[in-house]
Design a protein around this ligand. Structure first.
Ligand SMILES: [Zn+2]
Length: 221
């Protein structure tokens, strides 16, 4: 099986309990004598291929490293986006399409490694993952009346608002444009967004809190 190490914690007698995100969801695997022989298996953000015992708490038998994204932790501009991303994976429920999410997450790690704009990758990941939590924002028409003259994005209503439904003054069309671009793009390459990352990420965080009841770990801008 393949997986990306999300975290590992101390376990009995020099072993570690390793949590990997795999195409079948989150798996907990024990690594014996982790300090010496299983270093690559317990390192966060290592993408490994592994074999484990078929027991209630599986123990890793052997593994090989496919790719390591661990170096992201030594890049000060990127480390701040990792904890909310990993945190979001830890909130996933069993029944979702892990195969698809795993492949997306793996592409996101590559994009994050190569990018000069880590907050773009974080925003993209969080907005795309809304659908997985069943809280997809309504972006094609007004969330209240279906109208198409969109002028605003409402976090509370969960989507776009048209000019007759948004009958107040501080309309935020830029936030709508940013959500729409991130949600519908098939590419991981950066696009110019008409809004600051602080404002966008604050809005995405509120959206997760209001609609999915998830309080994500802080990002550091
Ligand atoms: Zn409307």
């Amino acid at each position: 099986m393949e997986g990306i190490v999300i975290k590992s914690i101390e376990y009995k007698e020099k072993s570690k309990l390793v949590y990997l995100y795999t195409p079948f969801g989150m798996k907990g695997v024990k690594a014996l004598d982790a300090a010496k022989t299983k270093l690559g298996f317990v390192t966060t953000l290592n993408w490994v291929e592994f074999e484990a015992t078929d027991s209630k708490l599986p123990t890793v038998i052997e593994y090989s490293l496919k790719e390591s994204f661990y170096s992201l932790y030594s890049d000060l501009s990127k480390v701040g986006v990792l904890s909310p991303m990993l945190d979001l994976l830890l909130h996933l429920e069993d029944h979702v399409n892990h195969k698809r999410i795993f492949s997306f997450f793996q592409r996101i790690m590559v994009a994050l490694r190569d990018t000069k704009d880590p907050y773009y990758i974080l925003s993209l990941f969080l907005v795309k993952m809304l659908a997985v939590y069943g809280v997809r924002p309504e972006l094609k028409g007004c969330v209240l009346c279906g109208g198409t003259r969109i002028v605003h994005f409402s976090i509370l209503e969960g989507g776009a608002l048209c000019d007759s439904c948004a009958s107040f003054h501080d309309k935020n069309y830029a936030l709508y444009q940013a959500f729409r671009s991130l949600y519908f793009t098939n590419e991981l390459e950066e696009q110019e967004l008409p809004i600051s990352y602080k404002e966008l990420l604050d809005a995405i965080y509120s959206y997760y809190l209001v609609h999915a009841n998830i309080k994500l770990k802080e990002y550091h801008l």
